[in-house]
Design a protein around this ligand. Structure first.
Ligand code: ATP
Ligand code: MG
Length: 274
């Protein structure tokens, strides 16, 4: 009898990648549930980015399988994987700094439509494109920046634009590698709220070092250590796991607790002030 399987959008089976004898990804079995925000965490060099590169086929696995919606995509080309709906943000969505915000989203939409020649000719289609681009900008809170030159956006808003250009290709599974990296407090808040918002009706797999963001967003967490899965679960169970605390989160998790306490303190101050 076969077991009733859960609704996994993506599965890896014994996924392994060795570089000249060094195993960067070691027998990884990932199960990503449809509709989840799934976080991949672990210390530097744990293999997180390599897993992403394997999933998007920028790297060929040494062994193992990748299944998307139950289909074996292990042997597929990167472009075919993207067409299937597995999109890594900040990958195809490199934005053009000297074009406007609206133009960048329009280009992403055009790219999705393919290189149909006639596409450029019809005004009706161009209007439809503009309308869709504005909707996407609205969904990431950038509508009022439509005519701003991209280079003039703040860092957090640039990331929001990159997310809009990724959404333009209607990903079913969105991969985000350290979306809040290098950001100040305010931009981290902006981008994590945005991730929450766009996670509706899709699945997100994200690598994230900021555990406060992980604790707020992730439905499920996989902890990688030296290429292998150390443990999985929700934030509560993972952060309480002594092996995880020892391997990685000990100090980082304490920092999150401190940050949370600080945030609560600020909220209380704001309440008193209002
Ligand atoms: N192309 C490559 N050739 C050889 N070794 C590589 C290659 N890419 C990655 N590695 C090694 O594989 C290991 C995992 O690297 P990876 O970049 O996947 O880690 P990571 O978890 O993303 O780390 P970080 O948190 O620093 O981004 C590292 O030891 C790295 O040096
Ligand atoms: Mg990395």
């Amino acid at each position: 009898m076969t077991q009733p399987t859960q609704d996994f959008i993506l599965e890896t089976r014994n996924l392994t990648k060795a570089f000249k004898g060094f195993t960067a990804v070691d027998d990884v079995n990932l199960n990503i549930t449809r509709g989840h925000i799934h976080a991949l965490i672990g210390p530097n060099g744990a293999g997180k980015t390599t897993v992403f590169n394997l999933l998007t086929k920028f790297l060929q696995p040494t062994s193992g399988q990748i299944l998307f919606n139950g289909d074996d995509i292990t042997k597929m080309e990167p472009a075919a994987i993207a067409r299937k709906g597995v999109i890594r943000s900040f990958q195809i969505s490199a934005v053009f700094p000297h074009l406007t915000v609206l133009e960048n989203v329009r280009i992403a939409l055009q790219r999705k439509e393919g290189n149909s020649f006639h596409f450029w000719k019809s005004e009706k289609i161009l209007n439809r494109l503009n309308q869709r681009a504005l909707e996407l900008l609205d969904s990431v809170g950038l509508e009022s920046f439509a005519n701003t030159t991209t280079v003039d956006l703040s860092y957090g808003r640039k990331r929001a634009l990159e997310i809009a250009t990724t959404l333009a290709v209607e990903p079913e599974l969105m991969l985000l590698d350290e979306p809040t990296q290098g950001m100040g407090h305010e931009d981290v808040g902006l981008v994590s709220d945005l991730i929450k918002k766009v996670s509706k009706d899709r699945t997100i797999l994200m690598v994230e070092h900021n555990l406060h963001v992980v604790s707020k967003l992730a439905d499920r967490i996989t902890v990688l250590q030296r290429g292998a899965i150390l443990t999985e679960g929700n934030y509560e169970s993972v952060s309480a796991d002594p092996r995880v605390r020892e391997a990685y989160m000990g100090t980082a998790a304490d920092e999150v607790e401190q940050e949370k306490a600080e945030e609560e303190r600020k909220e209380q101050v704001a309440e008193v002030a209002s």
